[in-house]
Design a protein around this ligand. Structure first.
Ligand SMILES: [Zn+2]
Length: 306
């Protein structure tokens, strides 16, 4: 009963990149008896919804006061702040798009986290996507990251700052093997990164792979922030930090998390089973359905206009 209730809560959430497709229809019961014949489907071309293009071509934030409209997966933002490219405390690794904008609180959070970790001898953390200049939906990848309160941070902690070429060619390193086991690359430094990221008051939740959540349940069973660390699809190479709606943002749509639900019990066991790779892999991956354009708050129509 408890699990099914938690599952309903979890299903209401949407998260980022690698989990975006799964987040829309995420949970199926683990297959008990894998078929001996792998399914074969032919990829087809599906025309994207043209409304995505409007958001993709916006080059700079909407001027004016900072205002968030809507939620994490159906929203936008005016007066977004830009995360500065240069800092000794962090490195922006996604150079090909301009997903370096967010609410000023998010930019401050990243600066503070990087500074704190550097003081603990952890070098410049690797920052992946925040939001576009005005937030909004993207055609590929993230379902969320729309209202300037989400950021992805790599678990990889380089020993020295990366060059431009290294940033561009950076491989995505998974820290999880077979869905349920951490690789030897995971060290106390990665644990410090996750703990430092999740415990801040302004953090609503942090998404990590189930294997990482399991480690945290074992290491920090009574930590007051444990419930904010959520097992989710993907997140084998990065964690996803989501801030709460700032107090002055009356149009921001918050999400709810039950502090009593630490997600360390049977529901985590289920997650560990669900993320195990199937015994028989499909020969050709089925083509995902065309991404649905979300129903944005009406104010976003004006936000995307010049
Ligand atoms: Zn994300």
């Amino acid at each position: 009963m408890l699990f099914s209730r938690l599952l309903k809560i979890i299903l209401g959430l949407t998260v980022c990149a690698s989990s975006a497709v799964a987040a829309s229809k995420p949970v199926k019961k683990p297959t008990q008896k894998p078929s001996s014949k792998p399914p074969i489907t032919k990829p087809t071309t599906i025309a994207p919804d043209p409304r995505f293009a409007k958001w993709a071509t916006v080059k700079k934030p909407k001027a004016g006061a900072t205002e968030i409209y809507g939620g994490y997966a159906k929203g936008c933002i005016t007066g977004a702040a830009e995360l500065p490219m240069q800092s000794p405390n962090y490195t922006i690794v996604n150079l090909n798009d301009r997903r370096i904008y967010g609410h000023p609180d998010l930019v401050k959070y990243i600066k503070d986290l990087g500074g704190y970790l550097r003081s603990k001898k952890v070098p410049a953390i690797l920052i992946e996507d925040l939001s576009g200049p005005r937030g909004g939906p993207v055609i590929k990848g993230h379902a969320s990251h729309q209202n300037g309160l989400d950021v992805d941070i790599s678990y990889t902690l380089p020993t020295k700052p990366l060059t431009l070429a290294e940033r561009a060619q950076r491989p995505e390193i998974s820290f999880v093997k077979d869905g349920s086991e951490l690789t030897p690359a995971w060290t106390n430094r990665q644990t410090l990164l996750v703990v430092s990221a999740v415990r801040a008051d302004e953090v609503d939740r942090v998404f990590v792979a189930p294997a990482i959540k399991k480690l945290m349940c074992e290491k920090f069973p009574t930590a007051p922030w444990l419930y904010k660390l959520r097992a989710w699809w993907g997140h084998q190479d990065h964690l996803h930090v989501r801030l709460k709606c700032p107090a002055d943002q009356k149009h921001c749509v918050p999400q709810y998390l039950d502090p009593e639900d630490t997600q360390c019990g049977p529901s985590l066991d289920r997650w560990m089973k669900m993320v195990k790779p199937p015994a028989v892999k499909p020969v050709v991956q089925p083509t995902p359905p065309a991404k649905k354009f979300p129903t944005l708050p009406p104010q976003c129509e004006n936000v995307v206009k010049d």
